[in-house]
Design a protein around this ligand. Structure first.
Ligand code: AMP
Ligand code: MG
Length: 333
């Protein structure tokens, strides 16, 4: 029995298994500029699945309102205005974790590229070609070193107006972390969430592993399947989001060293690890780093597994998941 739960984005949950099929309670919602599917298979406790999903949808909408760079009232917009901003402890420590990840990846993941993304105009309707010379002035700044945190008052401030925060590479992962805490507290013991291609699983599917289909290109067809337990999966690629100027496509993942779209050998990268924020941040960082640097990084910091589809058609898989991944080509043979 094979059932497609949701086919949006770069990783897709396929529920497979020999045992009896289980029908989940499914809720669709929209936040973070993307479609979200919450599927609850098992839960106990006093709340109905409907009530649990009402709470989950409100929580996601609230997190989106807090973290969006495009919403004037968001916490991120307040920080970007240059004010010394006192913020909620969970957001404060999430931002500190982000800065740690910026440092760990030597700035390949950088939450201070807001100005650069804005100049490129990703997601804007009235596009204006950026001034390439001006963009170069923003390159290589590592401005995550220029965020001032005050642990005493849980407040923070950007040290200059030359940069701004953009959590586009991490917010979905963090939202999945928060959602996990909420769902588990509400008594959920088996569930999957697809947040625009970023995936979280809770527990098991009927005592078996979850099967996740991984895509490698714009056709969104299955390149292979991964068998996973309770985990988080994030994917970064350049083909789903881009702008076009003078007939040239520029994708949305910026190499902070150049302020231009990253030109690594990665076509698409999927990261699997036990934390949503880390999975999300690393998928973006690995796209920027390319396959060789990613391999060296994971050798030094074995904190995640990954599948990289390279621009020359190779598939590079970290050793931790080599046995859990089945290529669609192999399966067809
Ligand atoms: P993702 O799809 O998770 O890889 O995130 C990409 C989004 O994060 C982009 O649309 C930008 O908003 C932002 N971004 C682009 N490049 C970077 C980068 N090198 N580090 C952190 N955020 C980035
Ligand atoms: Mg990311």
């Amino acid at each position: 029995m094979k059932k497609l739960i949701c086919a949006l984005g770069a990783a897709v949950l396929l529920i497979t298994g020999c045992s009896q099929t289980k029908e989940p309670y499914v809720r669709h919602t929209f936040a973070f500029d993307t479609y979200i599917t919450i599927s609850i298979y098992e839960h106990d406790g006093e709340y109905t699945t409907g009530e649990i999903c009402d709470g989950a949808a409100s929580m996601l909408a609230e997190l989106d309102d807090t973290l969006s760079v495009k919403k004037e009232q968001s916490v991120i917009s307040k920080i970007n205005s240059g004010e010394q901003s006192q913020i909620d402890a969970s957001i404060y420590y999430m931002l500190k974790n982000c800065v740690d990840l910026c440092e760990l990846t030597d700035g390949a993941f950088d939450i201070t590229l807001g100005n650069i993304s804005e100049m490129w105009g990703f997601g804007e309707e009235a596009l204006q070609k950026p001034d390439f010379d001006k963009l170069k002035d923003y390159a290589g700044k590592q401005n995550y070193k220029n965020i001032e945190f005050d642990d005493g008052s849980l407040s923070m401030k950007l040290k200059s107006g030359d940069f701004s925060l953009d959590l586009g590479a991490a917010a979905k992962g963090y939202a999945l972390d928060m959602l996990n805490g909420y769902l588990v507290n509400a008594g959920v013991t088996s569930a999957s969430v697809d947040l625009g291609g970023s995936i979280m699983t809770i527990g098991s599917y009927n005592g078996e592993n979850w099967t996740v289909s991984v895509t490698s290109d714009e056709t969104n067809s299955t390149a292979g399947t991964l068998s996973v337990g309770e985990t988080y999966i994030a994917t970064s690629n350049g083909f789903n989001r881009f702008v076009e100027y003078d007939g040239v496509k520029y994708h949305h993942i910026i190499d902070p060293d150049t302020a231009f779209p990253a030109q690594s050998d990665v076509k698409s990268v999927t990261v699997i690890t036990a934390n949503g924020l880390i999975a999300d941040a690393l998928s973006t960082a690995f796209y920027v780093m390319g396959s060789e640097k990613t391999e060296a990084f994971i050798k030094e910091y074995p904190i995640a597994d990954y599948i990289i589809f390279t621009t020359d058609g190779q598939t590079v898989i970290s050793s931790g998941i080599a046995d859990s991944y089945e290529s669609a080509q192999t399966a067809d043979e």
